[in-house]
Structure formats: structure tokens, C-alpha cells
Design a protein. Sequence first.
Length: 144
Amino acid sequence: MAELSKSKIVARATVMGVLLVSVTPLATLAQNSGDHKLPDLSGTWQAAMPDGAQEIVVRGDSSASFGEEILRWRVAADTVYLAFGDEWVGYNYVLRGRVLVLSGGDLEEPVELRRIGPATPRPEGVEVPPIPTQPVAAGRSTTP
């Protein structure tokens, strides 16, 4: 078998990365419509933080509220993506009953959230933010 030059390996890895990013939304749709149903992450979640408890409301309409900020979210396999402005940030997640653990992304250490109730409705007149067009910054994760 012929040896590959470093530039050819990088080019192939780039093509595979583009294909992976392009197929991820389709894989998510397939998982949602088939036997591999993704867990329901909707609800009101609370995290104990050094400066006090923080609540995050995750809604089925792909919106989430964190304080006064309204975000868009997506799930693919074991990653939940949150859109901050026009950039996605991916976090690994593990759901065990009413406990959700997020890690990776821009977190320095895992964060544990507890589901404390159902999701509250998005305030009237507040739109779900647009889908970001920018890929995730290097080292964070992949675009959903």
C-alpha cells in the first residue's frame, strides 16, 4: 500500500470532518424518528454554583432560558449543543433520572443539574434565536 503524505492525511481528515458535520443533523433526525429515541431534556433545571443556584429552562421548541438570555439548543447522541450568539458550544451530557451532568465545551469541570420541574413557557413575544451559521470555535466541539 502506498504511503500517504502528511498533506494528504490532513486533506482526508478535513473531508471526513466536513462529512461528519454535514451528516450530524440527518443522524439526529433519524434518531428522533426511529428506535433510538433521544432522552427528553425539557424541564426546569437547577445547578448549585459558587455564587448561588442557577436555573436553566429547556423547552421542547428548541429554546432554553438562562437568566435573561434565551438560547437555542440541540441534542445529537451524547452531546447537547447550546447556541451562544452565532456560535454553537457542545457539552457532553449524562442523564440519570432527574440529574443531568454536563462536561466539556467551555466548562472547566463537570456541572450537575437537577430537574426541579417542567419547562415554563417562553415569554410571549420572545422569539427563538436564529440558528447560528458559524462553526464552533477550535477545541470546543463540532457543529450539530
